[in-house]
Design a protein around this ligand. Structure first.
Ligand SMILES: [Ca+2]
Ligand SMILES: [Ca+2]
Length: 142
């Protein structure tokens, strides 16, 4: 009887078999020859339903730029368009709806602080906005 109880208990609470299938990737394929890119963050920044890439680049003594690579809908991107500038080299870029209007905005870290670019209703971004940091703040967003 005791053996039967153990067997039934073990069968009732046996852990399901776990299987893990590792994802498979192609490539790598170079999407752009743009140099000095410090980070990218994907999102649909122009509202066409296709994934785009937003990138921050380092222009050394000339500051930094925020570049938009419009997605082509097939995994590739168009040539970049400058959609913002920073007073110092752009390091990390993250997309988030900072003002709750439903459009992805950009938060960019640089050697002089953390900057916000709000996405405008017709597309594109407004000028460099709020500086969340201050001089000498070199923040990495993880
Ligand atoms: Ca898009
Ligand atoms: Ca927004």
């Amino acid at each position: 009887m005791r053996l039967v109880t153990r067997t039934l208990f073990a069968a009732a609470f046996a852990a399901p078999a776990l299987t893990f299938t590792a994802p498979q990737f192609t490539g790598p394929e170079q999407l752009s020859g743009q140099s000095q890119i410090r980070s990218v963050d994907p999102g649909d920044f122009d509202g066409d339903g296709r994934m785009d890439l937003l990138a921050g680049i380092n222009l050394f003594a000339f500051g930094g730029e925020l570049l938009l690579f419009a997605g082509d809908g097939a995994g590739g991107v168009e040539d970049p368009v400058t959609v913002g500038t920073t007073s110092a080299a752009a390091r990390e870029v993250r997309a988030a709806d900072m003002d709750g209007d439903g459009r992805l905005d950009a938060v960019v870290t640089s050697t002089d602080g953390v900057h916000r670019f709000l996405q405008l209703p017709g597309g594109g971004f407004g000028p460099e906005g709020v500086d969340y940091g201050g001089a000498g703040v070199g923040v990495w967003i993880l």
